[in-house]
Design a protein around this ligand. Structure first.
Ligand code: AMP
Length: 262
């Protein structure tokens, strides 16, 4: 069974529309290849959470001039703090809450800092890269650090299915575990691992989901094409399975990986 799959990989990219069902597939890869998940979405959400806790309730439009953010010193003065985490949280919130991608110059720098923590190896890149510019940045970084991405796992799903899944999605604010109100309900509305109330992501409303789906078509697909042209293989798996059991998810992922090595 799965004789062609290598025992060790360096890094894997997992892509797919937001809400396609990436997390259960990532769980399989993390376990199978002993990797760590690096999710730019989770990183942005953690900064956004810090900013929300900080409690600024003014309009954020004043910080963005249409092309870039005003200088950090001016942002700090308006917010009343120069804490870089709070300033980054504001910048993340400005885009995430609109269902838009965070600009590349912010995302790339943040990704670089987190990717380095495990020496640019043994990671599942979840939700990065998402633009051609990010893909180029990653390829240069990998070359510089003598590392690589072994393959891309692409979780496919129809737009309508995504909308249905996403409005019913709930996540644990502590550990990021994902629940679904109908298919995988959180017991008593709480995370079974942390015991805290699960929440609806602030960007999981229908208009923001549609906006993210457009971002996917316009930006992520060209980025994946670019990576494929660089020689990185893409393994596609269906996000929707007739019988959604852990065993079926595992089979679907490993067969797709086996196929590209076969
Ligand atoms: P996700 O949890 O992966 O769906 O990401 C949630 C949100 O974080 C996205 O809608 C974007 O606003 C932002 N985000 C995450 N990853 C990236 C990325 N690679 N580039 C730009 N924005 C991102």
């Amino acid at each position: 069974m799965y004789d062609n799959i290598p025992e060790k990989v360096t890094n894997i990219i997992v892509t797919g529309k937001s809400g396609a069902g990436k997390q259960p597939r990532i769980d399989v890869l993390v376990e199978e290849f002993e990797l760590e998940q690096l999710s730019t979405g989770n990183i942005f959400r953690s900064y956004l959470g810090k900013f929300n806790e900080f409690g600024y309730d003014g309009d954020l439009d004043k910080f963005w001039d249409g092309e870039s953010f005003i200088p950090d010193e001016e942002i700090a003065e308006e917010l009343g703090t120069d804490d870089p985490d709070i300033i980054l949280g504001m910048k993340a919130k400005y885009f995430v809450d609109k269902g838009l991608f965070v600009p590349d110059f912010i995302t790339n720098q943040l990704f670089k800092a987190f990717f380095k923590r495990k020496d640019h190896r043994n990671q599942v890149l979840d939700g990065y890269p998402r633009t051609v510019d990010q893909a180029k940045f990653l390829m240069e970084l990998l070359e510089d650090k003598n590392s690589k991405v072994d393959f891309i796992l692409w979780v496919e799903n129809e737009d309508d299915m995504i909308v249905e899944r996403t409005v019913n999605r709930r996540i644990c604010p502590e550990c990021g575990k994902v629940y679904h109100l109908i298919y995988a309900p959180p017991p008593d509305g709480k995370c079974e691992l942390c015991g805290v109330d699960v929440i609806l992501r602030s960007d999981d409303t229908e208009d923001k989901i549609r906006s993210r789906l457009k971002e996917f078509k316009d930006k992520v697909i060209p980025a994946m094409k670019y990576l494929e042209e660089q020689g990185i293989h893409i393994a596609k798996v269906p996000g929707h399975l007739e019988e959604f059991t852990p065993e079926n998810v595992r089979k679907s992922v490993l067969s797709a990986v086996e196929y590209i090595y076969g």
